[in-house]
Design a protein around this ligand. Structure first.
Ligand SMILES: *Cc1c(COP(=O)(O)O)cnc(C)c1O
Length: 404
């Protein structure tokens, strides 16, 4: 029932040597998605794999390595800690800090060879100070962010030109990039995205006139990359699509892209229920006729959101088993569907495919009124990530020792 991993370091695909609740990360699917995105791009455009938030919950170390091996040339993270962790794993590819960091973090960022994005004088000053005082191997790579309409982070076009000029004039810094971010690239109405791109282009023209072209220009997220070559520039910053998830229901992924993550568990108890009994906290579910429930060891502390109470479902025996009552912190009860006979130890698919009877990530997001991004980034560290490649699971040893 619970086979140990073989000495070769590869275990059978459903071997379980720990807690039953695990996320299975399909590295072949990830590599395929990276290659599919790469095929879309204009010749010469680079793919930056966005691996912030622990690679959207998929595990930054294995995702970063796999994406780089499949053709991504750069990585993007949100925080200095995320970037430093990747360096700790021996990753040497360029790593962009996508958003603002605290000025107090500039020293650590540069010492870890992370590329900051600046949109304010205060951050640029801190980066200048850090570059001056640190023994760096060469000029620090700095990107300037233009706010073309997102109204979140970034300098105005005038401010960006000024920041770029200051970076270009400093021999300790290199103007590594000019970037912007789209507010509504997934909107069926493309007008605002085109407007943002036009503002961005004017800013680029001004830098060209001043003789300070940035080394790279980047704007597109997944949605913009999928919808048009208009937004390619030198680099695209792709996150959600690499994980085989749609940026929004209106964006269709290119042919051949597939989800990378599935979430699995096992039945730990069969519960025979009589009409009139209630299940779980608050007695929120009342049983109307004799039925069976299955206890599944997953709860909101795993990121299986409490909002799924009485609304969610899991795949069991290839059918949909509805969540009975409230999701608790560590446990959830699902109904064993008609025609399914289930036993302790049987597989339960918490996130998967229609054929499993399970919800996809997108379907779960819709059920609780959120987006796919929040479902996958919400899986907590308590859920072990297990990696599959070439049809076999990599065991812990191999994950740790896989060379970069
Ligand atoms: C997260 C992020 C992305 C990736 O967005 P997706 O929609 O996941 O492709 C791109 N650029 C920036 C600045 C980001 O913060």
């Amino acid at each position: 029932m619970i086979p140990a991993s073989s000495a070769s370091g590869v275990a059978a695909p459903d071997a379980s040597s720990g807690r039953a609740t695990r996320a299975i990360i399909d590295l072949d699917a990830l590599a395929g998605n990276v290659r599919a995105m790469g095929r879309l791009l204009s010749p010469g455009t680079e793919l930056l794999a966005v691996v912030k938030a622990n690679a959207y919950g998929h595990g930054a170390r294995m995702v970063a390595r796999t994406a780089l091996a499949a053709g991504a040339t750069r990585l993007g993270v949100a925080t200095v800690g995320e970037g430093a962790a990747l360096r700790g794993f021996g990753i040497t590819a360029p790593i962009l800090l996508l958003g603002p960091i605290d000025p107090g973090e500039a020293r650590v960022a540069l010492s870890q060879d992370l590329e900051p994005t600046v949109g304010t004088d205060a951050l640029l000053e801190a980066v200048e100070d850090a570059a001056r005082s640190l023994p760096l191997g060469g000029p620090a790579q700095v990107h300037v962010k233009v706010d073309t309409g997102m109204r979140r982070y970034g300098a105005t076009p005038d401010g960006a030109v000024a920041l770029a000029g200051r970076i270009a004039a400093n021999p300790m810094l290199t103007l590594a990039g000019l970037s912007t971010h789209f507010a509504a690239a997934d909107d069926p109405d493309e007008r605002f995205t085109l407007e943002q791109a036009a503002r961005f282009d004017r800013c680029l023209e001004r830098l060209a006139e001043l003789g300070i072209p940035p080394a790279s220009v980047h704007a597109a997220n997944s949605a913009a990359t999928i919808r048009s070559r208009r937004y390619d520039y030198d680099v695209v910053r792709v996150g959600i699509a690499l994980y085989g998830l749609r940026p929004s229901p209106s964006i269709v992924l290119p042919e051949g892209m597939e989800p990378v993550l599935s979430l699995r568990s096992r039945v730990t108890r069969i519960i025979d229920l009589l009409a009139g009994e209630t299940v779980g906290y608050g007695r929120a579910h009342r049983v109307t006729s004799t039925s069976q429930g299955a206890l599944v060891p997953i709860g909101y502390a795993d990121g299986y959101r409490r909002a799924l109470s009485e609304r969610g479902w899991m795949g069991i025996g290839g059918k949909r088993g509805a969540v009975m009552g409230r999701v608790s912190m560590d446990q959830t009860v699902i109904e064993i569907p008609d025609g399914v006979s289930s036993r302790v130890g049987d597989k339960v698919i918490v996130l998967g495919t229609l054929e499993d009877g399970a919800p996809t990530v997108e379907a779960m997001a819709e059920t609780i009124g959120t987006i796919a991004y929040e479902v996958v980034t919400g899986l907590t560290t308590r859920v072990e990530r297990v990696y599959r490649r070439g049809g076999a699971l990599l065991d812990g040893e191999e994950v740790i020792e896989t060379p970069g």
